[in-house]
Design a protein around this ligand. Sequence first.
Ligand SMILES: C[S@@+](CC[C@H](N)C(=O)[O-])C[C@H]1O[C@@H](n2cnc3c(N)ncnc32)[C@H](O)[C@@H]1O
Ligand code: SF4
Ligand code: SF4
Length: 355
Amino acid sequence: MVELTRKIKRAVQLISNTEERRTYFGQRAAVRRPLASAWIEVSALCNLDCITCPRQGNITPDSLKLMPIEDYYKVADAVYPYIRDINLIGLGESLMHPQIDKIISYAKSKFVGVNMTSNGTIMTEKIAHKLIHSGLDSIAFSIDGGTKETFEAIRVNARFEKVKRNINRLRKVKKDLGVERPWVALGLVLMKTNVHELSDVVRLCHELGVPTLNAENVFTWTEEMERDLPLYNGMTPEQEASIEEAKQVAQELNINLELPGFVMKEPGVCSYQPHKHFVVTWEGDLRPCCNLYHPYHYVFQGQKKFAHEATQGNLLREDFETIWNKAEYVEFRKANETGVNLPEVCQDCLFSRGL
Ligand SMILES: C[S@@+](CC[C@H](N)C(=O)[O-])C[C@H]1O[C@@H](n2cnc3c(N)ncnc32)[C@H](O)[C@@H]1O
Ligand code: SF4
Ligand code: SF4
């Protein structure tokens, strides 16, 4: 889950319509807000079983649900004075929320930017219209392979052709309505098992009219995952060549390919920037970052570990400033902003390691 604001900044460069650009920036400038974004888990339900996902074999409770719309309004009212964007993302699929259009339009009525990450399996013409009319600013579709075989082996229960058709459908509805938003990007969890198809995914971007591909490293929950998947534990010459080829193809096709780092550094400043962003679970719990949405088991450098519950407060019961100013949370943010006195879970996290 790379830092979304980077994607949005790039997307904003794409607003070719001068009037639309003026309205977008005018609305955002009209309200000054100190923080960048809240990531809100409006759905902790999912229709897929991706093999990389923390939902698999982790301790995520079976009772994960949708955020009730009334709770969403309360959470929204609590955080909007402080944030410029919301990112609809969590440990589920936001498009499974039946009131997703109300969720988006409520945020837009407060002049907050709204972005979403989706598995791309649910995009009927009706939903495409809803997303556009409610004012969604951007959507990133997760595509972990450039062929049916690889994609479907990783994104279990998704169909490659259908997801491609769905992305095209949104593109067509946008074209028919003559609108530029939502801007679309593709996202990819880059691993030993799909790096040979990175250039195919770049070509897919070109085919689908998508200007940006964001590749990220894989977080590992089991010993097998740590042994078999990450590229940051050392690449073969073939894997390095695949990355070079993808860069070349991206240049030729004018696709903006964002790659993560592949050399693990000493723990330092967190690239998620928890002093600018925070997450809210489907139950209204405020937690510091996308890596601490829910408690989970993980494996780092051969050691099995557990990331504990990281709730700082609950927005259905406490106001935002009370939570934000709690001494422990202030200390946590300071550690991550400076890279000094990092908690163990942060020392083990890709985002403090330049990955
Ligand atoms: C948990 S999903 C939720 C949003 C939506 N369901 C989706 O798949 O796009 C958020 C992002 O995390 C990515 N992801 C899944 N497993 C991962 C892992 N082990 N390491 C890094 N990112 C992962 C997904 O590909 C997706 O882009
Ligand atoms: S679609 Fe997203 S939330 Fe669902 S299993 Fe895949 S990565 Fe996890
Ligand atoms: S380094 Fe810490 S604060 Fe930053 S994303 Fe990782 S767990 Fe969260």
